[in-house]
Design a protein around this ligand. Structure first.
Ligand SMILES: Nc1ncnc2c1ncn2[C@@H]1O[C@H](COP(=O)(O)OP(=O)(O)OP(=O)(O)O)[C@@H](O)[C@H]1O
Ligand SMILES: [Mg+2]
Length: 378
């Protein structure tokens, strides 16, 4: 799938800024989005996607585990795809959540300097490789401030004041992962100014300024990523080992058809299947029920721990392009469920609105990366 319409915009707005791209190398496909700024707004210039299955003899929609050489070849192919027409090499690149390690840890209250020394030591408990092998970052999660009821010091069973703690989000990336992505960038003549774990990219494209906790459900090929964001801060992240491919695999098995046929059937009919509808719907629902029940556990655990309700569930990722998925999700959660619209923060021609809403969820990561790259130019 590819698209090209940048010429439509020339002359429509004022002077355009430099163009930038966001690159998302997913397990089943690579996505790219090119945007620029015109009159203060981010404008979509072009976007495209390339399935990786065919690079390793698999069908479209299947997850792959390609060699660095093959990935480089695929990125190169997408960038020079005539219909996509990428015209810049300024980019940012997303790194899969699966290649990262994240945890929220509790630390005693201490000065920023002391924290910066203590956090790497504490982080060792959560990181299964030597700390020298990872790039470690952290963020101190601000405490809730309620002026009506200033926080009382917590007391132990004997009435003695307990040590106050702060929550810290730690994020680690293995050095080898960074080397791998830098290598792809160099070999494809891109100029990447950052590498960002995909969760943060999706947060940027999907979320508005709301402060209540939101659960984002990114339904990828083999896995679904679940993360809770509150006041713009990532608070909890999980991975479920089921995704769009699990549905295709199940359909292929239960209906005795090839994976390619199952993929086509899934995309065309989804849960709205009419002909032989029941077996298709039932098979799809098995996987969805598993994913949504895991998501419910995550929501309930968060609500219990922090005594706050998750206000909304947002579905993104190719798996969420499944027809009828939002209705099933609505019946699985006691919370509002919406389909994410990653292109909502960029200006695009009206005639693309429908297609962007339908195929859009796949591009949540790539759009978020591009938006950050654009911000850097300001
Ligand atoms: N219209 C559609 N209906 C149903 N499923 C779809 C549709 N379009 C794509 N998918 C499914 O979405 C999945 C791919 O989603 P996505 O592109 O978000 O994954 P990815 O980014 O490659 O994987 P990951 O994030 O796990 O590395 C595939 O399993 C594909 O079958
Ligand atoms: Mg993905």
């Amino acid at each position: 799938m590819a698209n090209f319409f940048s010429d439509l915009f020339s002359g429509l707005f004022g002077k355009k800024s430099q163009s930038v791209i966001g690159l998302d190398i997913g397990s089943s496909s690579i996505k790219v989005v090119q945007i620029c700024r015109k009159n203060g707004r981010a404008v979509l210039e072009t976007y495209g996607e390339l399935s990786l299955g065919p690079y390793t003899g698999k069908s479209i929609g299947q997850a792959t585990s390609l060699s660095p050489e093959k990935i480089t070849e695929a990125v190169r192919d997408l960038l020079k795809e005539k219909e996509v027409k990428i015209t810049t090499n300024l980019c940012g690149v997303a790194i899969p959540f699966a290649s990262s390690l994240m945890a929220v840890i509790e630390m005693p209250v201490m000065s920023p300097k002391e924290l910066s020394e203590a956090i790497p030591i504490e982080a060792r408990k959560y990181i299964p490789v030597p700390i020298s092998e990872v790039a470690l970052d952290w963020y101190i999660i601000p405490k809730d401030k309620n002026p009506e009821s200033p926080e009382e010091p917590k007391l132990d069973a004997f009435g003695k004041a307990l040590h106050q703690t702060v929550e810290v989000l730690i994020v680690a990336l293995h050095n080898d992962t960074l080397v791998h992505y830098k290598d792809i960038v160099v070999k494809t003549s891109l100029e990447a100014s950052f590498f960002e774990i995909e969760i943060f990219s999706t947060m940027r494209s999907i979320l508005d300024e709301g402060i209540a906790p939101v659960l984002i459900v990114d339904m990828g090929a083999t896995s679904t990523k679940l993360y809770i964001v509150e006041k713009g801060i990532l608070r909890s992240s999980h991975m479920v080992n089921r995704g769009g491919q699990s549905i295709t695999d199940e359909l292929s098995k239960s209906l005795g058809i090839s994976l390619t046929e199952a993929e086509v059937l899934k995309r065309e009919q989804g849960l709205t299947a009419v002909e032989n509808g029941a077996p298709i719907k039932d098979t799809i629902t098995v996987t969805l029920n598993y994913i949504f029940s895991e998501a419910n556990h995550v929501v309930l655990a968060y609500q219990k721990k922090y005594n706050k309700n998750v206000s909304k569930i947002v579905l993104v990722g190719g798996g969420s392009a499944l027809k009828g998925v939002v209705d099933i999700a609505k019946s699985s959660f006691q919370t509002e469920v919406i389909a994410g619209d990653p292109f909502a923060k960029v200006v695009a021609p009206a005639f693309l609105e429908k297609v962007l809403r339908e195929t859009g969820p796949e591009f949540a990561v790539a759009v978020g990366v591009a938006l950050r790259r654009l911000q850097e130019l300001e």
